[in-house]
Write a protein that binds this ligand. Structure first.
Ligand SMILES: NC(=O)c1ccc[n+]([C@@H]2O[C@H](COP(=O)([O-])OP(=O)(O)OC[C@H]3O[C@@H](n4cnc5c(N)ncnc54)[C@H](OP(=O)(O)O)[C@@H]3O)[C@@H](O)[C@H]2O)c1
Length: 160
């Protein structure tokens, strides 16, 4: 689970946010679903504005959604990839949520999956991938212990 049913994510650690910030800076571009964007922008302590990335793409089917730079609107996963490529980004991090994760995976647009495993089990909530009719196989790349209680695991998505 990536959030409780009500969208709360208070089980996430500061380390997790810092890890996201580090990767967003490294790739220079991150992509988020409209609901994740709106939900995180209301958090009291963390905000996407504080993340050091040159391009922040928000995906929505609403073509009139107004965003200030460095936020940029994309109307589909392919549109987001095209806009990042047109601005010469070679890679980007897709940061969720559940619906947009599945939309990208379903279109074979995810090369790697990186998960930070927090020490919490959420019985009912928003899954990492929203229900969708696919079955993907992964190959393990590596794992790193990024805090005493958080394991970061990386998998390659097998596309054949
Ligand atoms: N634990 C974590 O690390 C983590 C990470 C990210 C998110 N989250 C949590 O996940 C929750 C949000 O997940 P979610 O699944 O409800 O929402 P989401 O994936 O963040 O956003 C869904 C929205 O994205 C747009 N969208 C999705 N697929 C699209 C497509 N193919 N084409 C065009 N637009 C598309 C739509 O926006 P419109 O309705 O505007 O068309 C849709 O309503 C939040 O509670 C968030 O905080 C947790």
């Amino acid at each position: 689970m990536i959030a409780s049913k009500s969208g709360k994510e208070d089980f996430l650690s500061h380390t997790n946010w810092m890890s996201f910030g580090e990767f967003a800076k490294k790739h220079g571009c991150f992509i988020i679903g409209r609901k994740t964007f709106e939900s995180v922008q209301k958090w009291p302590d963390y905000n996407f504005n504080d993340i050091d990335a040159k391009l922040k793409i928000v995906i929505s089917s609403n073509k009139d959604l107004e965003l200030e730079p460095p936020y940029l609107l994309a109307n589909s996963p392919k549109d987001a990839m095209g806009k990042a490529a047109a601005m010469n980004f070679e890679s980007a991090i897709l940061t969720g949520g559940s619906t947009i994760n599945s939309a990208f995976l379903n279109e074979n647009l995810i090369d790697e999956v990186m998960i930070n495993i927090e020490p919490a089990i959420i019985g009912s909530g928003i899954p990492l991938f929203a229900e969708c009719d696919f079955e993907k196989r992964l190959s393990f790349i590596d794992s790193v212990r990024i805090a005493s209680d958080i394991l970061q695991v990386r998998y390659k998505v097998n596309k054949n």
